[in-house]
Design a protein around this ligand. Structure first.
Ligand code: ADP
Ligand code: MG
Length: 209
């Protein structure tokens, strides 16, 4: 369970952003829609424990993570959160497989080639295991980025504008893949986007203004 109450964030020299209250049950799938500048990326960073709210409470599994120390937040992120950004950074000189194993290592999870391979297989990327990241297309990298989040078995999968560089067909495929894979591992899915095309893919929606 993740809930936010009276969440407010102010950047130094920036205007404050007020967020609507929310409550996401474990395994639920949410779309957070809003125009550019409405605070979507900021909210995702708050949910990931990458920023602390200026005011308000953010509760995850009955714990108020706004009270966590830096070390506790790092552990929380490693254990709980899978992040997929539109532009992703990999270790380019490593293979796909090693990037996935590295993700498990950094999350302090047991490294399992078998599990990493199984996830690649589910994403139709089984043949990419030994390929260097630099040898992949943009679409493949995006799916590897999803794989990298999934191999940590996160409780929450967070995605920032996952469809902004995609045509209609690929948007539908990537979003449905995220939904099915999140469900497969029992993770909650939270996607933030300005992309109105995603509206019909989600029943649960929040609008930022
Ligand atoms: P979105 O992802 O919806 O486009 P953001 O969360 O990135 O919105 O930004 C919300 C608001 O905070 C915007 O007004 C933006 O200009 C401001 N903002 C974002 N990042 C910073 C920053 N690092 N420093 C100051 N202001 C920022
Ligand atoms: Mg953004």
């Amino acid at each position: 369970m993740i809930s936010g109450q009276s969440l407010y964030y102010r950047y130094p020299d920036g205007k404050g952003i007020e967020f609507p209250d929310f409550s996401f049950s474990q395994g639920s799938q949410w779309l957070i829609l809003g125009p550019s500048g409405s605070g979507k990326t900021t909210l995702l960073q708050l949910l990931a424990g990458l920023r602390k709210p200026t005011k308000g409470t953010l509760t995850v599994d009955n714990k108020n993570i706004t009270k966590f120390s830096g070390t506790e937040l790092d552990a929380f992120r490693g254990g709980h959160i899978g992040l997929v950004f539109q532009k992703d950074y990999f270790v380019e000189s490593l293979t796909v497989g090693d990037n996935l194993l590295l993700s498990q290592y950094l999350a302090k999870k047991e490294q399992s080639k078998k599990d990493c391979r199984a996830i690649l297989d589910r994403l139709n990327l089984a043949d990419k295991w030994g390929k260097k990241m630099s040898a992949l297309s943009q679409g493949e990298r995006q799916r590897i980025s999803l794989a990298r989040a999934l191999v940590k078995s996160p409780k929450v999968l967070l995605a920032d504008e996952p469809s902004s560089a995609l045509d209609d067909g690929n948007t539908e495929r990537v979003i449905e893949l995220m939904k099915s894979q999140a469900a497969e591992i029992g993770a909650s899915l939270i996607i933030v986007t300005h992309d109105q095309r995603l509206k019909d893919n989600f029943q649960a929606k929040i609008e930022l203004t």
